[in-house]
Design a binder for this molecule. Structure first.
Ligand SMILES: Cc1ncc(COP(=O)(O)O)c(C=O)c1O
Length: 408
């Protein structure tokens, strides 16, 4: 059938129909999907990391059904119970003093919120970002995203009688290079409002930051009066075994935390919601009219997210997520594949890098799809496995044996 959308995505030639619920244990979400021809796939894409509970978790559905009958939309000018509960649950998990949230719908929207907050709270005009970074695709966030192909066609110019649209001052340095950060801070003394970092770079190919790098960023930001912002859109919401990848990599010491954290993807269990969470003394700079979103913080999305967080706690899903990468490494060690160069990540955020020839990841993902496993491609050499948190050795073995068969 013709694709009536804008042709902005690489086409995998697959029409998904529904999740598969046969054989799913009671009270769990499904790990499998079916296409319109009736073929079944293990889903390690999950909407690119949006389904921590799997597909159609019954408690998540029940929470949304109940909320749908109660109240679905409410303008930001009104309080609702789900919105306040959501903000409280997120604040409790982020460990920022007096945390306050802007609640949005998508990742890029909360990247933008973080930037606005940083510019207003510091009165400075520059954001420091990293090579290979991905922060979203709206016009502010693409200024921070590294891939030039995403940015080049949209550069804002000044024309006669034309106002320039929002344009961000961005300095970019290599990921992991503290000296480069130090030099940039000194070269732009008192101008850097925020250093924005993905604790694990996802789209770049699943690269966790070394702990010393994150600690060094904390120190440099404090020293130079810049804010430290963690983009946890992909790495957060429990995927690495702690609520924030920052906690997995750095720990919980209050003085070593970022100032602003932003989350999306897995946060709503598959229903769109995003949050930019900041220390209270920073959030107060976002005064009336400084930001907003019609659907942001709607009661339905908040109820979905509150249920997701509760299910994660009740079913100890973060512990199960944490076990995924070690389990895959063990499977790989017992059944080695010479063309796999490296297995990287933390918990349920896994990148498998393939050695050799140019751009092996896309054809490999296609060949795995033909054998019943869906994975995403990030960068040219890496396939990414973003399973629901309850997935375990059986599913990881299926990923591994399918990958080996596809490579053969
Ligand atoms: C680290 C990071 N930031 C921002 C985004 C953008 O999120 P969204 O696609 O929901 O706008 C993504 C999406 O992959 C991401 O991984």
């Amino acid at each position: 059938m013709p694709d009536l959308r804008w042709p902005t995505y690489a086409n995998r030639n697959l029409q998904l129909d529904s999740a598969v619920f046969d054989g799913v244990p009671a009270g769990e979400g499904s790990l499998f999907v079916r296409d319109t021809d009736g073929r079944t796939y293990l889903d390690a894409v999950n909407g690119i990391g949006c389904l921590p509970l799997g597909h159609g978790h019954p408690r998540w559905i029940a929470a949304m059904e109940a909320q749908m009958r109660r109240l679905v939309a409410a303008a930001g000018t009104f309080f609702t119970e789900p919105q306040q509960r959501f903000a409280a649950e997120v604040a409790a998990r982020c460990g920022l003093p007096e945390a306050r949230s802007f609640i949005g719908n998508t990742g890029t929207e909360v990247t933008e919120a973080a930037v606005k907050l940083a510019l207003r709270a510091t009165g400075r005009d520059l954001i420091l970002v990293f090579d290979r970074a991905f922060h979203g695709r709206t016009l502010g966030a693409i200024a921070m995203t590294a891939n030039a192909a995403y940015r080049a066609p949209y550069v804002s110019t000044i024309g006669e009688n034309v106002q320039r649209f929002a344009h961000m001052n961005v300095v970019r340095v290599p990921y992991g290079d503290l000296d480069a950060v130090r030099r940039a801070m000194s070269a732009h003394e008192r101008r850097v409002a925020m250093v924005a970092v993905e604790p694990i770079q996802g789209e770049a190919g699943v690269y966790p930051a070394p702990r010393e790098f994150l600690l060094g960023l904390r120190e440099l930001c404090t020293q130079h009066g810049a804010l430290l912002g963690a983009d946890e859109i992909q790495s957060g919401s429990g995927r690495t075994g702690r609520f924030l990848a920052w906690s997995t990599l750095v720990g919980d010491d209050p003085v070593l935390q970022p100032d602003i954290v932003w989350l999306a993807k897995a946060l709503g269990g598959g229903f769109p919601i995003a949050a930019c969470v900041a220390r209270g003394d920073l959030a107060k700079h976002m005064v009336k009219g400084s930001h907003g979103s019609t659907f942001g913080g709607n009661p339905l999305a908040c109820a979905a997210a509150v249920a997701t967080l509760q299910i994660m706690d009740d079913d100890r899903l973060l512990q199960r997520a944490a076990a995924q990468l070690p389990a895959l490494r063990e499977i790989a060690a017992n059944d080695p594949e010479p063309r796999v160069k490296e297995i990287r990540g933390h918990g349920a955020m896994v990148g498998i890098e393939i050695a050799g020839e140019s751009r092996p990841a896309a054809p490999l993902a296609d060949a795995m799809q033909q054998r019943g496993v869906l994975v995403t491609v990030c960068a040219d050499h890496t396939v990414r496995v973003l399973l629901p948190y309850r997935a375990g050795a059986d599913e990881l073995r299926q990923v591994w044996t399918t990958l080996r068969a596809a490579l053969a």
